[in-house]
Design a protein around this ligand. Structure first.
Ligand code: ADP
Ligand code: MG
Length: 870
């Protein structure tokens, strides 16, 4: 019971020095004993299990049963053939599903959080798996606690432990708390638990439990049983699949009925009907879609966008508004402190710092003291970019700071307060000194005096106006501006009273260069009908200048501040023209998202802080930051940018659109082809002809054309106009009305091709007719795939091979079919008749009809200058 031990007892027990931490060697030893600090994930489905699942489908069971009966009736050859095709189908299906699972699994490990530890007296960042009992861990706002800790230092530390206790109110931690009684987790306030999140403050603790040997480990079993919910698209598809199943089953039942009335042989008719149902019901579609989504996720990962929820892929494709923060996403977040302005109006550029060393010492020292930066052993700085810039500049000018100050306490930065205060004890003068930095308005509001060279003066309203003007002129250049203030007190006072009667020392200004590629990305957005809206905590004029530099029309667009959001009813804002929100509070982000969503927009919203989590969850696509954000924000997001760049969001949107296009193509393809099979059989039955396709042939068509050509259509490269059309309407569904019409027409067309070929051949004998219909259907479906691929391409002669997978699929499918109809083996297996040249050419000529249609469509487009959709 670690919480019952005092800090010293814990340190002694775990043999660790509170300043020095463990040695690397000790860590290695302990890792051998305790293993990795990891909670094992749920076991993934085995290939065998996936394979067996393929036979759970009702129709497959019926088919297999019927096959068994036909085997017993002595039709051994056909039964074996059917069984073989069903097997191949199941194996291919399993491979697809297995691949989809593996791909999704591999994604989980992309963003792996790190922990800050003290080892050998140095601060390091290590993977959390590498923590061992005894490690000294530093935690701060926004982080997940990486292991179970006995806290030894707490500074305003508050932790959200809801995942363990269900209690959503954060727990205030206290390292000095001690008790001998048995208490519950929620009351152990001198402990930090793995997996819980730090809401505010900082702390330091000794690792007392890792991996499964933690409070989280105890409940891990329950957690790992959570299933991922199907995405809207998958649900849509499921519904579609169900409806289709009913429709097809009824059709097939009617066919069966009519066939029997006509006096056809029952068992033949039954087996054909079942095979037709198996072939026509697109049972493979959901798996194909999952694969496409998974492949898309993989592709996005290559482009530095990590998808955390599959549903984000589809939503991305429909994104109509991207709300983006400024710092780090539009800009580099690589600050440099380039200007200092003192209250009496003197402006000092970076190049003149050395000459004015004495004059700017007080303001820079105060800024320095109000920053917190950690230096790793290899000389890297960890901390807020502004703080790091202050640190570096200060060190360059003055070297080290005197040793006569010790830090007592602080109110850390948060984006709602927009300021930081740190309290020091001045050992020489035995007084206390408060150092404060933050947004100009916040600091000036709380300042009573200002420094005029060495004199302290009262701030008048006139002065304040003058100071704000200084801030404005700096901001207009796109600089980030911080105001600096200090205060001396004789005794420690309540935190609530810290930030009063401050002495304003001036402004410091930072340059933050624009990120490469962002301007182009903004341009792309505009063309694609996506509105970028900047939502920032920064000052209006700074943000405005940045927006302008990025090519956003700030003169015709509307700009709002957080204050406007407070004062006005959100309904009354001009949502159609807004381009920028400045000085917003994190809570307001959520309202912005909500309001936009109510207006029918599909909203992507970026966020990095703890307070951004609600907005990220509310957005259709919450976008977290891989480099700079907090664990909390990442956890709440659907998409994480590895490079934090706005351009990456736009690339992900493009990818999302491509994936959706392809899902449409595949669905369109499968449905139109499957309908054609129903048509061919129905026409023959209704008109009293023999059955045009045998069960084996039907299953083979299903195997060949639904397999590789369909998958290949799913990996089509983006269409040329992909980023110059308007976003898709999210409620449109996979297949819209126009598409339904076209699917039905195409289905009839291919069905008629098959039927015509059948009656041409049937004059000679039934098997010739079947061979022609069979080949005609396979060929026309293959050409249909090619047509769908080329339909939206500008120059289809040049781009005919632009999807190499499809080229391969088409080539091999045709080759396979030719082998089937021309080799003795194929002819025997499928019970075919060898076609003569004339018959074969006829088949080819007719089955090329989808491509003639394509040419017709292209000519239509040329003449009427209208583009044809799927
Ligand atoms: P954003 O990231 O959108 O630019 P933030 O919420 O990070 O906005 O910051 C809002 C404001 O808070 C800044 O404009 C600045 O005035 C102040 N601020 C930001 N970082 C710090 C910091 N490290 N110390 C003090 N004040 C800060
Ligand atoms: Mg920020």
């Amino acid at each position: 019971m670690w919480y019952k031990l005092t800090k010293d007892e814990v340190l002694k027990e775990l043999k660790v020095d509170p300043e020095h931490g463990l040695s690397e060697e000790e860590v290695r030893e302990r890792k051998k004993i305790y293993g990795e600090n990891r909670i094992p994930e749920k076991k993934s489905k085995s290939f065998l299990k996936i394979f067996l699942n393929q036979f759970k489908e009702f129709l497959t069971v019926v088919l297999l049963t019927a096959t068994l009966i036909s085997f017993l009736l002595g039709e051994t050859k056909d039964a074996v053939a059917i069984l073989l095709i069903v097997m191949i189908n199941a194996i291919l299906g399993s491979f697809q599903e297995y691949k989809a699972e593996k791909t999704l699994e591999s994604l989980k490990s992309y963003v792996s959080p790190k922990a800050k530890v003290v080892r050998d007296g140095k601060i390091l960042e290590v993977n959390i798996e590498d923590l061992v009992p005894g490690d000294l861990v530093l935690i701060e706002e926004g982080e997940k606690i990486p292991a179970d800790l006995r806290l030894i230092e707490t500074n305003n530390l508050q932790v959200d432990e809801s995942i363990l206790t269900g209690e959503s109110v954060p727990v205030r931690k206290d390292a000095d708390f001690i008790t001998q009684e048995d208490i519950t987790l929620g009351d152990q306030i001198n402990m930090g638990f793995k997996g819980t999140t730090v809401i505010t403050g900082k702390g330091k603790g000794v690792v007392v439990g890792t991996g499964l040997n933690t409070a989280l480990g105890d409940i891990a079993k329950i957690l790992s049983e959570m299933e991922e919910e199907p995405t809207p698209l998958q649900k849509d598809l499921e519904r579609l699949g169900k409806q289709l199943t009913y429709v097809i089953l009824s059709l097939v039942a009617i066919l069966l009925f009519i066939g029997i009335i006509q006096g056809r042989e029952f068992f033949d008719m039954f087996l054909t009907a079942v095979s037709l149902a198996v072939a026509a019901i697109p049972e493979g579609l959901p798996t194909v879609i999952t694969i496409l989504l998974a492949l898309g996720v993989q592709e996005m990962a290559k482009r530095k966008a990590i998808v955390r929820k599959l549903s984000a892929v589809e939503a991305l494709g429909a994104t109509s508004v991207i709300c983006t923060d400024k710092t780090g996403t539009l800009t580099e977040n690589k600050m440099d402190l380039v200007k200092v302005v003192l209250p009496y109006g003197k402006l000092i550029d970076k190049s003149n710092y050395q000459e004015n060393k004495e004059e700017i010492k007080e303001i820079l020292e105060t800024a320095f003291l109000a920053s917190s930066v950690r230096i790793t052993h290899d000389g890297n700085y960890i901390g807020d970019a502004l703080d790091v810039a202050i640190y570096k500049n200060f060190k360059e000018i003055y070297g080290e700071i005197g040793e006569n100050l010790i830090k007592i306490d602080e109110i850390p930065f948060d984006s709602a307060r927009k300021r930081v205060s740190v309290l020091y004890k001045d050992l020489v003068r035995s007084k206390y000194r408060l150092c404060i930095k933050g947004a100009g308005e916040e600091i000036l509001k709380r300042s009573t005096y200002y420094k005029d060279r060495d004199t302290l003066r009262l701030i008048s309203d006139e002065d304040k106006k003058r100071f704000i003007e200084i801030q404005d002129s700096l901001s207009k250049e796109g600089l980030r501006v911080l105001a600096i203030a200090k205060r001396e007190i004789d005794n420690i006072i309540d935190k609530e009273e810290w930030e009063e009667e401050l002495i304003f020392l001036g402004f410091i200004a930072f340059i933050d260069p624009l990120r490469e590629g962002v301007k182009e990305a903004i341009e792309k957005c505009k063309e694609a009908g996506i509105r970028p809206i900047i939502v920032t905590g920064d000052y209006l004029l700074t943000a405005k200048k940045i927006a302008e530099d990025l090519g956003i029309d700030v003169n015709n667009g509307t700009l709002y501040t957080g204050l406007d959001l407070q004062k006005q009813d959100l309904n009354g804002l001009d949502w159609n023209s807004v381009v920028l929100f400045s000085r917003v509070l994190p809570e307001q982000k959520m309202n912005i998202v909500k309001e936009l969503k109510e207006r029918g927009e599909i909203v992507a919203m970026t966020g990095d802080g703890v307070n951004d989590a609600p907005a990220l969850k509310m957005a259709d696509i919450g976008v977290g930051m891989g480099l700079r954000g907090t664990d909390v924000a990442r956890e709440a997001s659907d998409l994480v940018l590895l490079d934090d760049s706005f351009a990456t969001i736009v690339r992900a949107v493009e990818e999302g659109r491509r994936i959706f296009d392809n899902i449409r193509k595949v669905t369109y393809y499968l449905l139109s082809c499957n309908f054609s099979e129903i048509w061919v059989v129905s026409l023959s039955v209704f008109l009293g002809y023999p059955l045009p396709l045998t069960p084996i042939e039907l299953l083979w068509i299903n195997l060949v054309t639904d397999g590789f050509p369909a998958l290949a259509l799913g990996v089509e490269p983006p269409e040329r106009d992909i980023m110059s059309r308007k976003p898709r309407k999210i409620n449109e569904g996979i297949i819209n009305r126009q598409m339904w019409k076209n699917i039905v027409i195409d289905g009839i067309l291919m069905g008629v091709i098959g039927f015509v070929l059948f009656i041409m051949g049937v004059n000679k004998n039934v098997n010739t007719g079947r061979t022609m219909a069979f080949t005609g259907i396979v060929f026309s479906q293959i050409f249909q795939a090619l047509r769908l691929s080329l339909k939206r391409r500008k120059n289809f002669f040049k781009e005919i091979f632009s999807n190499e997978y499809l080229s391969l699929a088409v080539f091999f499918s045709i080759l396979l079919q030719i082998l089937v109809i021309f080799t003795p083996w194929g002819i025997r297996f499928f019970n075919l008749e060898r076609l003569n040249m004339e018959e074969f050419l006829l088949v080819l000529l007719l089955s090329l009809i989808p491509l003639y249609m394509l040419i017709g469509e292209k000519i239509y487009e040329k003449i009427f200058k209208r583009s044809i959709n799927l």
